[in-house]
Design a protein around this ligand. Structure first.
Ligand code: NAP
Length: 256
């Protein structure tokens, strides 16, 4: 009997897959059997090597998601090169840090455009493809958004990041509400504190690093690999009845 977590024959788009959490997710989906389209502004050659070493295909799709201009081409290019688009992981994201009193419009727009606007319009483009499947194909589309602890909390010195990730939580539920009956599952993962480029400044700040570590029951920063299992679950038929959920993978941070 096939495992409900098996992704063999599925095509997964992962945005921002060249490094960090996106790379961890791309490799985990490939381990579960999916072919991968690594979408981003930097070439994901290291990720492609890891995915291909697992015997899965990996297409590199160049797209700068600071604007929504490339979203239609991304979907067309994935479908023409890999034959379908079954899973979308909206992972690409940026953060800008400044006191709220001094925060600039440029830092507001840059973060909102990449983290929220592109996430929505790429999801829309993917959903238009997924809702075009015939019932006979028996497939369900899966969209997994990468949220944050700041989907639930306010944070400090990151107003546009908090606004964008709170928005990701709301949009995850809205898209699930509208598309569940159209054969698409939309859910999110809220990573805790994961050691990547995104959190390099926090890891380097001795005081903030100690404060963060003290609150994590697991007693360590997360690794991008820690997010992989949740992504496989939400991308698989094991999660066919899971909708609009925000799954924290945080070493217990929110439980404190
Ligand atoms: P990261 O190492 O900085 O990775 C961010 C990824 O997004 C990179 O691949 C980056 O590409 C890509 N990206 C940024 N702007 C882009 C653009 N305009 N077009 C295309 N791709 C773009 O950080 P990460 O921690 O892995 O972050 C991944 C996601 O997890 C983000 O949404 C982040 O907000 C979220 N997250 C992270 C943490 C954490 O603790 N690390 C916690 C909660 C949520 P480049 O390499 O080309 O910049």
């Amino acid at each position: 009997m096939n495992s409900p977590f098996d992704l063999t024959g599925r095509v997964a788009v992962v945005t921002g897959a060249n490094t960090g959490i996106g790379q961890g997710i791309a490799v985990a989906l490939a381990e579960a059997g999916a072919d991968i389209a690594a979408v981003g502004r930097s070439e994901a050659s290291e990720t492609a090597d890891k995915v291909r070493a697992l015997g899965r295909k990996c297409e590199l799709v160049s797209a700068d998601l600071s604007s929504i201009a490339p979203v239609g081409d991304v979907v067309d290019s994935v479908v023409s090169s890999l034959g379908s688009l079954d899973i979308l992981v909206n992972n690409a994201g940026i953060i800008r840090r400044e006191d709220a009193l001094d925060f600039s419009e440029e830092d507001w727009d840059a973060v909102m455009d990449t983290n929220l606007k592109s996430l929505f319009f790429l999801s829309q483009a993917a959903a238009r493809h997924m809702t075009g499947w015939s019932d006979q194909q028996g497939k369900r589309g899966k969209i997994v958004n990468i949220a944050s602890m700041l989907t639930f909390q306010g944070g400090i010195r990151v107003p546009s990041y908090t606004a964008s990730k709170s928005g990701v939580g709301g949009l995850t539920k809205l898209m699930a509400n509208e598309w569940a009956a159209r054969g698409i599952n939309v859910n999110a993962i809220a990573p805790g504190y994961i050691a990547t480029n995104n959190t390099a400044a926090l890891q380097a700040d001795e005081t903030r690093n100690r404060q963060i570590m003290e609150r994590i029951p697991e007693g360590r920063w997360g690794d991008p690999k820690d997010i992989g299992g949740a992504a496989v679950f939400l991308a698989s038929s094991a999660a066919d009845y899971v909708q609009g959920h925000i799954l924290a993978v945080d070493g217990g941070w929110l439980a404190r």
